[in-house]
Design a protein around this ligand. Sequence first.
Ligand code: ZN
Ligand code: ZN
Ligand code: ZN
Length: 368
Amino acid sequence: MPTERASFADRRARAAAKLRERDLAALLASPGADLFYLTGYQLFTSERLTCLVLARDGKATMVCPELEAPRAAAAAPDLERATWGETEDPYALVARLVNGAGGIAVADQMWAAFVLRIESTLPRRAFSVASEITRELRMRKDASEREALRLVAESADRAYARMLGRPFAGRTEREVGAELAGLLREEGHEEVGFTIVGSGPNGASPHHETGDRRIADGDVVVLDFGGARRGYRSDITRTVRVGRTIESEAQRVHDVVRRAQDAGYAAARKGASAESIDAAARRVIDEAGYGAYFIHRTGHGIGLDGHEHPYLVRGNREPLEPGMAFSIEPGVYLAGRFGVRIEDIALIDDDGSVRPLNRADHALATVA
Ligand code: ZN
Ligand code: ZN
Ligand code: ZN
């Protein structure tokens, strides 16, 4: 379901209202999630400045290099463009579009090379991060975003189900990771973001860099992978065992992590604080005696960015609301031995209940 042009205009109108509330003059977004969210235009950052200037009165202009103008026009035909040629100064163009008093909000991931030039072209203005404006909007996914997240999650589920039929023993993590990446693409991903294959002791490092270790019979393997389709991201983790014999503690730890995830789901509903999901999952792991080995927060929001608000972490009292999508991903990491993590993306529905977007089997699957 493609997002209608009208909904991009509506997002810009709501962002502009927030600019007025906060006495900001403009929001500036270079290529990245905020730009895509506000315009539908997706491109990689390069040294040539592309920048949406959203003024507090709602007027939106895409400052873009002349050679990118056809792409910008195709992606966001309803936006005015201010194009600059190779020998012109794009920063002067941006400055000309910022009228009236007030500070400037810049996209969180804008390159310092751009921010510093913009700052010097717009002196005596306070600069802040655009997430102050966009996080409230982006956290609550609309119908088309929820659908996009569901489709990309299901695509990842299918890739995992097919991976279970592939051999593991005797192959390197890198080979398994490459195969998983291929399956993600075959199942509908347009971009593969990461394929973490943490085998044996490597699984005890949550963000292990998939490497040359050869997977052996008896290994426990953490598979954490994701990417994007139409800009919206997937992120799923399952833990598998290679062959029939593993150390008995691995199954026990997996049971604990699975119950922790169930507890996280049980706590997740409209109005529950983000930290209460973390607490519910953590309690199960603490009570099983593995509390010291659960070394990260329970989850993160997901959407156009792989990690975004809300973060399910102690200290975040933010209440969950319909439209919020986030991971629930408890884990236990036993250094030198193995790790176990189970991760799904979940969504708070309009009726206030939680809905899993990933439905791939949670059991400790046996692979060959
Ligand atoms: Zn992670
Ligand atoms: Zn993950
Ligand atoms: Zn995650």
